[in-house]
Design a protein around this ligand. Structure first.
Ligand code: PLP
Length: 397
């Protein structure tokens, strides 16, 4: 049996009638850019993310760029972020002529380690940009405390974390600005590119609204240089349909994680009696006060006020990760490495002067992580097929 990493066709089949009605509505209106569906989505997103404002934008990348433009990030400025993330996080910093100051990750959650942030702050630091990787929030309390102490902005890269919660607060509602992506493989995916920014700050909301349309206000009068960061009406209409199902899908992902954890517990691959028994480390959830737990017994959140939305279920493979990956791929089992090259080692950032070995945990994660299918429509049979294949790999090699 093949198990793809993601199966959007099954999801589409379940909501096809509603999606097609939404598309038809937009086609009949011939109103393609911004408009009533974008405005309605913005209200619904603000409510969902527990923020005062939400703005639809052209992609998650543009959400990050717009946020950084709104805080007036300039050449020579520095932004503290993680090297273990999707390229766009640091790419947007570089595009504005600023420098990403990388801080290593916490190995249990793969998120930025707040204990290592403060020592990196300089007179040039303008913002901290935590990424809520794989659907779990970064440890925001110490990050916000540090930011307040040093008068820095906090921009949350919540592209993988819509609906995730940290101490009862939704991703994107904690820092100054939250950035979201509707890339099709995200938990709330459009039928193309799309994204959003959220904020509780009326001034930043106003600024982002102006910069979204080339910095014009009113139309054709430009006090600022913005960009075309507008969201299409079709994407907004589609995302609005999907938003209604998001919590149900998140529960499905969480239940899959529980089942995987139960299945792996029976395999012996996560034993720690001696180091050679330990082949896999399962994805931990953190209560952000030094406690880590696996989602196991139930589909309840292991910690109160905490919500991991499992955009990815990522194994840490202690032995033969690349061989395991090839073995699974050969058998039609979807998998991916998020991410094989940490950003401080990307060629395009060579001028920043980072060296191999500088961020040990990020480099270790890049060498050891492997994501397996977690999409909500997975069946028990699928999950067993995935786990059995992994067991087979270690028994036969
Ligand atoms: C997907 C993603 C982005 C970029 O979003 P796009 O919509 O693809 O532009 C940025 N940051 C992170 C962490 C992401 O996962």
């Amino acid at each position: 049996m093949n198990v793809p990493l993601l199966d959007l066709k099954t999801q589409y089949a379940a909501i096809k009638t509603e999606i097609q009605a939404a598309i038809n509505r937009v086609c009949d209106s011939q109103y393609f850019i911004m408009g009533p569906d974008v405005a309605a989505l913005e209200e619904e997103l603000a409510a969902y993310c527990q923020t005062q404002f939400a703005l639809g934008v052209s992609s998650g990348t543009d959400a990050l760029l717009l946020a950084l433009m709104a805080i007036d990030l300039k050449p020579g400025d520095e932004v503290i972020t993680t090297p273990y993330t999707f390229f766009a996080t640091a790419g947007c910093i570089a595009r504005l002529g600023a420098k990403a100051i990388f801080v290593d990750i916490d190995m249990q959650t793969y998120n930025i380690d707040p204990r290592k942030i403060e020592e990196k702050i300089t007179a040039k630091t303008k913002a901290i940009m935590p990424v809520h990787l794989f659907g779990q929030c970064a440890d925001m309390t110490p990050i916000m405390e540090i930011a307040q102490r040093h008068n820095l902005y906090v921009i949350e890269d919540a592209a993988q974390a819509i609906g995730a919660e940290y101490k009862g607060k939704r991703a994107g509602s904690i820092g100054d600005i939250g950035c979201f992506s509707f890339f099709p493989s995200k938990n709330l995916g459009a039928f193309g590119d799309g994204g959003a920014v959220t904020t509780n700050n009326p001034d930043l909301a106003k600024m982002m609204k102006i910069l979204r349309v080339h910095g014009a206000q009113p139309k054709y009068y430009h006090q600022y240089i913005g960009g075309n960061f507008r969201l299409d009406a079709l994407q907004a209409a589609i995302v609005r349909v999907k938003l209604k199902y998001l919590d149900e899908w998140t529960a499905g992902r969480q239940a899959n994680a529980v089942h995987y954890n139960q299945l792996f517990a029976k395999t012996g691959l996560i034993e720690t009696k001696n180091n050679s028994d330990l082949h896999l480390i399962l994805p931990f959830e953190s209560d952000q006060s030094g406690q880590y737990s696996l989602r196991t017994q139930t589909d309840q959140n292991p910690f109160a006020n905490h919500r991991h939305i499992y955009n990815q279920y990522v194994l840490r493979v202690m032995n033969k990760r690349d061989e395991l990956r090839a073995f699974l791929t050969e058998r039609g089992i979807g998998n991916e490495i998020y991410y094989p090259v940490p950003l401080h080692l990307q060629k395009c950032f060579a001028e920043w002067g980072y060296q191999a070995g500088e961020f040990f945990h990020s480099e270790t994660a890049a060498n050891q992580t492997l994501a397996i299918p977690i999409y909500p429509e997975l069946t028990a049979n699928h999950r067993e097929t995935v786990v059995n294949a992994i067991v087979k790999f270690y028994v036969t090699t």
